[in-house]
Design a protein around this ligand. Sequence first.
Ligand code: KIV
Length: 245
Amino acid sequence: MVTCYDYTFARLLSKSAIDGILVGDSAAMVMHGHASTLSASVEVMCLLTGAVVRGAAGKFVVADMPFLSFRKGLAAGMDAAHALMAAGANAVKLEGVDGHEDVIQRLVQSGIPVMGHLGLQPQSVHAYGGFRVQGRSDDSARETARRATALEELGAFAIVLECVPADLARQITEPLRIPTIGIGAGTGCDGQILVLQDLLGMNTDFRPKFARPFLDGARCVLDAVAQFDEAVKAGTFPAVEESYS
Ligand code: KIV
């Protein structure tokens, strides 16, 4: 899977073999420049989801439930998921499990596929004191495994495991019947997800070790813009065939 937040990239991804697209609340950071995902709102996530769905014909699109949208009671959680599904999502993803089991269960019973998200849950960044690998201590590893089992029992169809030790991700994945999708969680997961802009090497200032750039996208963009700039200043753009008579 990869993340996507806009129509143009969604159209490109619809021509790829990728299995699924996540409209992640990471949009708050990647697209809108915030320091965390906390400022993503249901309204913004619906706007982005609609754009991605319109471009990503035939792809399975998961929309993130943003910060606190599933923690304000059952009715509010259902309203938030309703809005995302009405925007065209095929499923929703939410972080954690403890304290919002009722929302997860009601969503599943209502026919809404729910993806879980354990390990580093970016919406809890302030509780961690930063974006830190989770599950390194015995207690934290045990808790992460317990939560994965709880999510499966509640009916989640898959779980994102973010930034946990590779051995723990493998141990969690093996007994589960539902797939795990890893990011910074090693090869023991059933699938992998990356933020599209990281995969494309767009951000030279942000290179966590798990985010392999498969393209030097920043260089490609800068080269293209430099060529445009030079052509305009040299008077070679637009050419006659690029102009109307
Ligand atoms: O919001 C997001 O992009 C995510 C992925 C990192 C899994 O949750």
